[in-house]
Design a protein around this ligand. Structure first.
Ligand SMILES: Cc1cc2nc3c(=O)[nH]c(=O)nc-3n(C[C@H](O)[C@H](O)[C@H](O)COP(=O)(O)OP(=O)(O)OC[C@H]3O[C@@H](n4cnc5c(N)ncnc54)[C@H](O)[C@@H]3O)c2cc1C
Length: 81
């Protein structure tokens, strides 16, 4: 998806591709981080453990540079055009 978004951008054709890539990747990494915390059990929740920091850091991806809801709006707007 990222490569397709880059290709479309280079060709001057990008529309909803960047939003799709940003939305999918930020949602997916959130699920992966959540699963990683679960694998670590209680340790995964403790400050100072790398997976806890990862979980906290990736949560931001669904908020900045366009929240997930705003990406959905951008994708829908483009598809309905
Ligand atoms: C650590 C951090 C670093 C940041 N760095 C930067 C930076 O470097 N530069 C910069 O410009 N900004 C930065 N931001 C700001 C960030 O881009 C905004 O927080 C983000 O755009 C969301 O805006 P908001 O916080 O005003 O939330 P709001 O816009 O108030 O949104 C609140 C909730 O409502 C939802 N929502 C809003 N509008 C709609 C709608 N029309 N339909 C459906 N749902 C909607 C949102 O998806 C969200 O879930 C940073 C934020 C953080 C936390």
């Amino acid at each position: 998806m990222v490569l397709e978004a880059a290709r479309a951008h280079d060709a001057g054709e990008d529309r909803h591709e960047p939003s799709c890539a940003k939305y999918f990747c930020s949602e997916m990494v959130g699920r992966v981080a959540d699963r990683a915390v679960q694998v670590y059990g209680g340790m995964g929740y403790m400050r100072g453990v790398a997976v806890e920091r990862f979980y906290r850091d990736v949560r931001l991806f669904r908020i900045y540079e366009g929240t997930s809801q705003i990406q959905q709006l951008a994708i829908a707007r483009d598809l309905l055009r």
